[in-house]
Each structure stands twice: as C-alpha cells, then as structure tokens.
Design a protein around this ligand. Structure first.
Ligand code: ATP
Length: 315
C-alpha cells in the first residue's frame, strides 16, 4: 500500500456529543399535522456519545456500548442519515465508516440518537474541512430531528417550535444530576399519543397560552445558579403520559427523592428519571442509595451544562 492511500484510509475524526435533560417541557395541543409545539428549557449533560467518521468505500455503521444491540446499524441510523444529509449539502459521496460509542441510554428520553446525528455532522464537517456556518449546520440538523440542533449547541437553551428554534439561556455554575436508567425504553411517538389521549379524557383543560408559557422563574433560578431554586421548578408535560405507560417509574421517582435528591423528573419522553442534587457529594450519595434500591437497571451521575458537540481528536 502506498503512503498516500495509507493516509487516506487512516484519516478519521471523532466528535463528542452531549445528552440532554428538559428542565421544563411544555407541550402544546396536537397540531393538524400531528406535531406539537413545545416550549422547553434544555440542559446538556456530561453523559455523552462519541462518533468517529472515516473515509471508506461505502457507508457503514458500527455501534458499541450502552444499548448498542437495539440501535440500527444501517442507513436508518440517525448518524448515517446525518452523513447522507451533509454529503448531499456538499455534493459529495457519503462513503463513510461511522463508529458510535454509546453511553447515552437508547430510547431513554435523553436524545441519544440526536446526539449521534450531531456528532456525525461535526466530525464529518471537520474531516472534509467544509466551510459551513454554524447556522447552516443547524438547519441540516433541524431537518434530521427536533433535538439535533440542541445537541450541536449544548449548554442551556430555550427551545421553541418543535424544540429546534434555540435561544441561549444564562446558567451559572454546575448542576449535579443522578440518572436512573430504566429496563425498557419508551417510544417518543407513543408517549405523545398517550398525552393526547390523557388530555382528551381530562376535563378543565388549561388554555393553550398556559401550556406554552415561557418559564421565566426557572430561567431566573438558572441565572442565579441555585439548584435549590431550580429543583421545585422542574416541569415536564410528558411525565403523566410516561408514568401512565410505565407506572413503576413512580416508585423510581419517589426513591430518588427519598435518597436525598432535591427533586426528580422524567427526562423528556422518558423513561430515564433525572434527579437534581444539591452538590456533587449529594449526587454520589443519591446514586449509591438508588443503585441499592433496585428501582433502575443502572444508575449514573452526570453534570450540566455540558458543551455542545465538539471535535475530540483526529487520527
Ligand atoms: P428523544 O428524547 O430524542 O425523543 P430518545 O432519547 O428517547 O429520543 P433515542 O435514543 O434517540 O431515543 O432512540 C430512539 C430510537 O431511534 C431508537 O429506538 C432507535 O431504534 C432509533 N435510532 C436510530 N439511530 C439511533 C442512534 N444513533 N442511536 C440511538 N437510537 C437510534
């Protein structure tokens, strides 16, 4: 093999993409097109996936780590769709070998697939040395899925529309979380469907303006960097639907608070439960106690806000 072809074969870039928790998730009524408008405050967490892309003779996907067995290793993988979308934009072939190292739980409400898509976009843009603006990348990201722009952006942000229109939120200090991973995932569309069903059967509906109000009090607590002020303001409109589909999550939420967390919430569409703790030591204690309580498949600690998707290394 010649020197040149060897350098082509080994040329690869790895990007790291964060997971997310929704500190506030307000869901509007079902629209005629089936989507729901959202008002959400995302926080990116240190729990991450790494995505490596390398030049190859065809598109391929290999997935390792947390839940790898239930992630498609073909063109339907969100990272592969991201590669194809960027290849279309750059008018190049999408012959890329993708390797994903997962730590974000699959179908866990922490936007793992979106993180992988963001990782693939950032890594490939770097591999191809594309001159693409952050805004153009965010546009491609939004076409791939509502949570992909936030995985690119990271930190803390207010999301509107389907969650893809972002505005930076000031957040001071570091927040410490414990994550209880469930034994089985929840499908996001199924959770939205259950929310619609529960709302149909419920009387005294809140007005639409109430569902999509901006959580100003939460944003003030974040700016102050005070977890004790943030904790009681955590809110997720999808939580009743997730609990209705997986009633054992109630026990998980109770166990986290009993272990000393300030508050617990279902993350996004669930079933991962996220517990906000007063500080790092408290998070370690809560994680140890939750692990012993047998209410979760696995327990992790994480901190936020984490940075957006970034290049980790080039080989
Ligand atoms: P969200 O909170 O963004 O709605 P989620 O975090 O609950 O999603 P994901 O981990 O993104 O869920 O996975 C949702 C589904 O997407 C999985 O069941 C999986 O089959 C499919 N999927 C496609 N590509 C990926 C990927 N790269 N990683 C994880 N899941 C993927």
């Amino acid at each position: 093999m010649s020197r040149t072809s060897l350098s082509v074969v080994t040329d690869s870039v790895t990007a790291r993409a964060p997971s997310k928790v929704n500190l506030h998730l307000g869901v509007g009524p079902r629209r005629d097109d089936g989507y729901h408008d959202l008002v959400t405050v995302f926080q990116a967490l240190s729990l991450h996936d790494d995505v490596r892309v390398a030049r190859a003779n065809e598109l391929s996907v290999a997935v390792r780590g947390e839940g790898a067995g239930s992630v498609p290793a073909d063109a339907s993988n969100l990272a592969a769709r991201a590669v194809q979308a960027l290849a279309d934009w750059a008018e190049r072939s999408g012959h890329i070998a993708i390797e994903i190292e997962k730590t974000i739980p699959v179908a866990g409400g922490m936007a793992g697939g979106s993180a992988d898509a963001a990782g693939a976009l950032v890594a490939l843009a770097h591999l191809w040395k594309l001159e693409i603006s952050r805004d153009e990348l965010a546009e491609i990201a939004a076409d791939l899925g509502s949570d992909v722009p936030f995985a690119l952006h990271g930190n803390t942000a207010l999301g509107t529309g389907r969650g893809e229109q972002l505005m930076q939120v000031l957040s001071r200090g570091e927040f410490h979380w414990v994550l209880a991973l469930a034994r089985e995932g929840l499908s996001t569309p199924a959770v939205y469907k259950e929310l619609d069903r529960l709302r149909e059967t419920r009387s005294g509906d809140a007005g639409d303006s109430d569902l999509l109000r901006r959580p100003d009090d939460l944003m003030q607590a974040l700016a102050a960097g005070d977890p004790r002020a943030v904790a009681p303001l955590l809110h997720n409109d999808l939580q009743p639907a997730a609990l209705s589909l997986q009633p054992t999550l109630r026990r998980t939420l109770r166990a986290g608070v009993d272990s000393g967390a300030l508050n617990g919430i279902v993350s996004g569409s669930g079933p991962t439960c996220a517990f906000l703790c007063a500080d790092e030591q408290s998070a370690v204690n809560v994680a140890a106690e939750l692990s012993g309580a047998g209410v979760a498949r696995a327990v992790r600690t994480a901190s936020g806000p984490a940075p957006g998707t970034r290049v980790l290394g080039v080989d």
